[in-house]
Design a protein around this ligand. Sequence first.
Ligand SMILES: [Zn+2]
Length: 351
Amino acid sequence: MRKFPFLIVAGSFTAVIAAGAGAWHFFGPTGAQTSAKADKGELTTASIDARASKSNATEPPPRVQAVAAAPTAASIPAAPAVEKRPTIAKPVCNNPNALGVSRTVQIDTTGGPGLGLSQYRDYDFLQPGEVVLTFDDGPWPVSTPAVLAALSAQCVQAVFFPIGKHATWHPAILKQVIAAGHTVGSHTWSHKNLASRPAQEATDEIEKGISAVSMMAGTPIAPFFRFPQLRQTPELKAHLAERNIATFSIDIDSQDFKIHKPDALVTSVMTQLKKKGKGIILLHDLHKWSAAAVPEILNQLKAGGYKVVFIRAKDTLTTLPDYDAMVAAEVQPAKTSSNARPISSVVQNVE
Ligand SMILES: [Zn+2]
């Protein structure tokens, strides 16, 4: 029934695993469009911090595992059968003075741990001076490729949280993110504030987003999720826990939803970072001003002696068939009616 290439890839991938070939896997995003207006309600750092005390304190113990700095394909040992990530060679770095990735950590998402101290305090895994770069709301023409180019120039890798609809609009851009070896999670189907929606609608938004990003990526994605505007509910957090999906919050909000000048954005990020000393940084690859700020942010991170930590998942995320079907139905081209006559009998050149 399903005609999407990713399903074929997933099938052959399963076969590889079954053969005991110990595959490793990476994930990728795809693209499409949601209005930039959708982000006007993103939280400010202050409001996120205000909510932090209410966050769940009963997370299952997570396992944040240090991984030898970005392994090359040749150095990756045969993985246990539970590891489902495919082998992806470390991107070639041609810049000897690049910022680079100082270490890569792998997250076991069993039980749905939360990361990012603004909302989740259980897993404080970053050392002083360490940052994680995250980009939400892509994939988007021009701005996402610009972010990818800036990251590549400094040989750093990041975590992307694409929107499902955007992925269906711009799948080729999502595939570029994946091909560059970045981690790709998801960020709902259409970026609604899930805390203000009925539970079923909110769950549908999460799962449809996962199916859309996976389908457009053409490969399984990471079990990483970020709530739009960071607005969660206990019921939705429980759903993610049941699905073994880690939730990402933030430590440093660039505030690029309201700061539209690249220079001011750089100052916003670096000032907050200086104050907190480390953390998960939120930017949006949807915005051209954010993309324009990334090169200088990376320059200043290097100049300031900060270290970039890359996060990847231990396992990939399995989509739910019902939601795959929903997304597939939406991206099918419109069908012609069965009783249509040949074009030449209806439309004729007469002059
Ligand atoms: Zn967002």
